[in-house]
Design a protein around this ligand. Sequence first.
Ligand SMILES: Nc1ncnc2c1ncn2[C@@H]1O[C@H](COP(=O)(O)OP(=O)(O)OP(=O)(O)O)[C@@H](O)[C@H]1O
Ligand SMILES: [Mg+2]
Length: 151
Amino acid sequence: MIVVRTKSVEETEKLGSIIGKFLRPKDVVALVGDLGAGKTALTRGIAKGMGIKEYVVSPTFTIINFYKGVVPFVHVDAYRVESEEELEEAGFSDFLDECAVVVEWADKVKNLLPDSSLWIDIYPVDTIEREFRIYGKTPLMSIIQKELMQN
Ligand SMILES: Nc1ncnc2c1ncn2[C@@H]1O[C@H](COP(=O)(O)OP(=O)(O)OP(=O)(O)O)[C@@H](O)[C@H]1O
Ligand SMILES: [Mg+2]
């Protein structure tokens, strides 16, 4: 497990961009954390790191947002998703092959996520500090660890 703490939205976005830089099609980042933990802030950074120019907003009402890019990017918010079937019906699996995917509230749809997903649990330390616990059976782990040591 990699544990990182940030003390502002900007630092969280920076952490996201470090991760986003290395995402390729089929990579899934699974975010878990309560309301206001910083899932969308991290996602914004990830999109930035991937070179996505558009401003990323939470897809709470649309479930899935798609962004064009060298590597296409898909942002899922499972907060209002009632079942894994509902996300499947929204076309989730069709994106997995060609896109990098970030899922907020990933624990609600975990049976749809690949075993190689990169999991990030986010915990509030206090009003401005957040702890990110990053884990998973993916080559991204060692790549991110190496990159974080250089930052
Ligand atoms: N270190 C930090 N990193 C990120 N956000 C922080 C941090 N400190 C405070 N915040 C605040 O926490 C909130 C994070 O909001 P964000 O929308 O990213 O959370 P979320 O996990 O996506 O919530 P939701 O479950 O509603 O989608 C913002 O209001 C932000 O200002
Ligand atoms: Mg959010």
